[in-house]
Design a protein around this ligand. Structure first.
Ligand SMILES: [Zn+2]
Length: 320
């Protein structure tokens, strides 16, 4: 059988058709802004499923289900979207609306959980029994896969590791607290730290790297400058990696997964600049245990396709 996945992002909606092994057979992308209301969303999801099947030459009878990943809170049993942070989607009974257009099962899940599920089945978490992904993007998200199932908590809200405080009375966060991890370890935070260093050191190697990028500060700027030997860029990287490692150690101490995968664009930086220092600090500071029982800290493998593939695989693993 084949499975359709839809990943609703802040800007783009990505859809894909995958086979049993999570291989993408066809993909589509569109602007989320072009969807005007909840009916429009249900109709779009149903239309995309049919278009993808057509593009891949797969009869609709072979499409087992549609899975939808949502950047927010969902009710997986009811198949509805409860709340999204950055989109006007609240209390949307998506499954019910979708079934007006297409009569195949529809599953719904938080997007970070979809990414974790994809990595678990076909990426960095293959073979893991206790698996956690941490994704560094606009915020810091996590997915917890325990014995092959997403851990949802009592109310579906588990895994919000980005909102654990690592700096008491620190920077304000939209969640209402101060000093949340995502204010220090997200890609957004890395860019902010880079911009601050740039303002304080306008003659640095970092400033040259940014100038060569048309004055645009990216999540890569500090890492590039550090690789070129610039102490200002290196200081930004050290600060960022310290905050990242601090939160990863907290997550390891709480869950003691056998594998923890770090994903998001930032995770693509050179291993010796990001993954290695995090691994070293985790080994040094997490609760001691035998060397062979330590959490493996690895890079996620599926990149920005993880959410899409995981959404599709919801249907294959309907017991989650
Ligand atoms: Zn927060």
């Amino acid at each position: 059988m084949k499975y359709v996945g839809v990943d609703i992002g802040g800007t783009n909606l990505k859809a894909g058709l995958v086979d049993e092994n999570g291989n993408l057979l066809a993909t589509q992308k569109m602007k989320v802004a072009s969807i005007v209301d909840r009916e429009g969303l249900a109709w779009t999801v149903a239309s995309l499923a049919q278009e993808l099947a057509g593009a891949a030459g797969v009869p609709m009878g072979e499409v087992a289900s549609v899975g939808v990943g949502v950047p927010g809170t969902v009710d997986i049993r009811a198949g509805s979207i409860a709340y999204t942070c950055n989109l006007p989607l609240r209390d949307v009974p998506l499954r019910k609306l979708f079934h007006k257009y297409l009569n195949i099962p529809l599953y719904i899940e938080n997007d970070a959980n979809c990414a974790a599920l994809a990595e678990f089945h076909v990426g960095a978490g293959r073979g893991s029994k206790r698996f956690v992904t941490v994704t560094l993007g606009t915020g810091v998200g996590a997915g917890i896969v325990h014995n092959g199932k997403i851990y949802h908590g009592a109310n579906g809200m588990a895994g919000e590791v980005g909102h654990m405080v690592i700096e008491q009375d620190g920077l304000p966060c939209p969640c209402g607290r101060h000093g949340c991890w995502e204010q220090y370890a997200s890609a957004t935070a890395l860019k902010r730290m880079t911009a601050e260093a740039l303002a304080a050191h306008p003659d640095s190697g970092l400033a040259r790297v940014v100038a060569e990028n048309d004055g645009h500060v990216s999540g890569q700027s500090a890492f590039i400058a550090a690789r070129e030997g610039d102490p200002v860029g290196q200081a930004v990287c050290d600060r960022y990696v310290n905050y990242l490692a601090c939160g990863v150690i907290n997550v390891v101490n709480i869950f003691q997964p056998d594998t923890l995968a770090i994903g998001g664009g930032v995770s693509n930086e050179a291993e010796e600049q990001l993954l290695l220092p995090v691994q070293q600090r985790v080994a040094r500071e997490s609760i001691p245990c035998g060397k062979d029982r330590r959490t493996r800290i690895v890079k996620a493998q599926l990149g920005n396709r993880a959410g899409l593939i995981g959404a599709a695989l919801l249907g294959k693993n309907k017991r989650i």
